[in-house]
Design a protein around this ligand. Structure first.
Ligand SMILES: [Zn+2]
Length: 471
């Protein structure tokens, strides 16, 4: 049976190993979700698409109702505060909108857009998408556990006090990212953060002023209760929410490679120390970096691409791309490989996808799914799985494409029609010029994309008119 042969590369052990769930009737997957202050960019979309395939594969292996997938929504963050102040500064200043309400406006709008974008990319919804702000009580309780066990301390710092995790209190801190405490020290500016006992210590809870979102919380330390109006640090929410929905130790934790340090390292520190467990998750999966046209994506370089722009605007390569094409462009590479996201890649994805869609629609059902599933079982090798699609056709191909989240229906968007009409005009000109070779070439190129041309005569003028149909 291929079913029991799923192998996954585990960042924690740095090797590919057979996946063995804690409970085959409830396989548990947690993936770090978006910080909702702006449109999701193409780098944000990669883990969502990659772990969507993993979710589908786990359901295939263990049963549709035997997988729990949780992806959080970070709706408390200083970037969100800044965006709310920037957008609603006037309303906040005049008192018509409170800071918390302004923040909610930003996060709800952004989260809604995120859901729409990810649905367009063919991603299924996780079973739970908890918001950080709905889990403040759980975070406060977790921080208290860390204080009680001597893994956290209160320090007076700039802007009010904060509660910090003490990295030196954990024996094997740094195991995931393979960093020693000395490595962390070397990179930190100690003078700026002199209230910390160790340079690598990170914030669990910090004081908020009135311009910041905040919650009243009471912590007990130094044998006294202290009320600290404040907000959580970034890492604590994932420890609190994964425990709430998946338990103290669960099967798979996923995210982008950029999250290994410090985010995932700190999640492990919090969860293992608070719950006294050797592992927060047994398998840690990380997708590779994404670049755009050979460069790091950044707003200052002007190569920052949002999913919305790709799908709804003509900013990238002068075209609107379908969600299926973007998804295909992502899955053409193995998830751990870096991706250079480019117009060329999108075009290649579009051509291949259309060719497959045509064969799925027209071809006789043929081929075996064995190589396809085997590729996915081998550390989610979507690149090879897509290659295996080449030997399939008809309904079997449809089945395999649907498994990867690709529609097998041929899609045609407005932009294609404009392009086709332009090609038809070019061909009519070629015919008028009696350049048969050029006319045939255009006709054949369109046919290769599944566009069949039909020549007719206009009954009034007797002139040639060409229409097309999608095969
Ligand atoms: Zn996280």
């Amino acid at each position: 049976m291929t079913k029991s042969k799923l192998k996954l590369y585990n960042t924690l052990t740095r090797e590919k190993a057979l996946f063995q769930p804690i409970d085959a009737e409830n396989v548990r997957l947690y993936v770090c979700g978006p910080t909702v202050y702006d449109f999701a960019h193409i780098g944000n979309a990669r883990p969502v698409i990659v772990f969507d395939v993993l979710y589908r594969l786990l359901k295939y292996i263990y049963g549709q109702d035997s997988v729990t997938y949780v992806r959080n929504i970070t709706d408390v963050d200083d970037k969100i505060n800044a965006r709310a102040l920037q957008t609603f500064g006037k309303e906040i200043a005049s008192g018509t909108l409170s800071v918390n309400d302004a923040i909610r406006e930003v996060t709800e709008k952004t989260a809604k857009q995120f859901f729409e974008d990810m649905a367009s990319l063919g991603c299924e919804e996780p079973n739970h998408q908890p918001r950080a702000t709905d889990n403040i009580t759980e975070m406060v309780a977790l921080i208290q556990k860390l204080l009680d066990k001597g893994h956290a301390y209160y320090a007076k710092g700039a802007g009010g006090g904060e509660i910090l995790f003490h990295v030196r209190s954990m024996k094997n801190y740094g195991a995931l990212s393979n960093r020693s405490l000395e490595d962390n020290k070397a990179g930190a500016r100690i003078d700026v953060e002199s209230h910390k006992e160790d340079a690598g210590d990170f914030v669990l809870w910090k004081t908020s002023d009135q311009a910041m979102p905040g919650w009243k919380a009471v912590f007990t330390f130094q044998n006294e209760d202290h009320e600290i109006y404040g907000r959580p640090g970034w890492h604590i929410e994932c420890s609190a929410m994964s425990e709430r929905y998946l338990g103290k130790t669960f099967d798979i934790h996923g995210g982008g490679i950029d999250l290994v340090f410090p985010h995932h390292e700190n999640e492990i520190a919090q969860s293992c120390c608070a719950f006294d467990v050797p592992h927060m998750a047994n398998y840690w999966l990380h997708n590779g970096f994404l670049q755009v046209e050979g460069e790091k994506m950044s707003k200052s370089l002007g190569n920052f691409i949002t999913v919305y722009e790709l799908l709804h605007e003509e900013k990238v390569g002068g075209e609107k791309w379908s969600g299926a094409v973007v998804r295909f462009a992502m899955l053409m590479s193995h998830y751990r490989e870096p991706i250079d996201f480019s117009v060329k890649r999108l075009q290649e994805a579009e051509n291949t996808l259309k060719r497959l869609q045509r064969r799925a629609q027209e071809g006789e059902s043929a081929g075996s799914l064995e190589a396809f599933y085997e590729s996915l079982m081998d550390d989610l090798n979507t690149s090879q799985a897509i290659h295996a699609l080449n030997s399939l056709s008809g309904s079997i191909l449809k089945q395999a494409m649907a498994f990867l989240g690709f529609p097998s229906e041929f899609e045609i968007n407005d932009l294609d029609i404009g392009l086709i009409e332009e090609k038809i005009n070019q061909r009519l000109i070629a015919l008028e010029e009696k350049d048969w070779a050029r006319a045939d070439k255009i006709r054949d190129e369109l046919l290769a994309q599944g566009i069949q041309l039909k020549d007719n005569k206009d009954p009034q003028t007797g002139k040639r008119v060409t229409s097309f149909e999608v095969k």
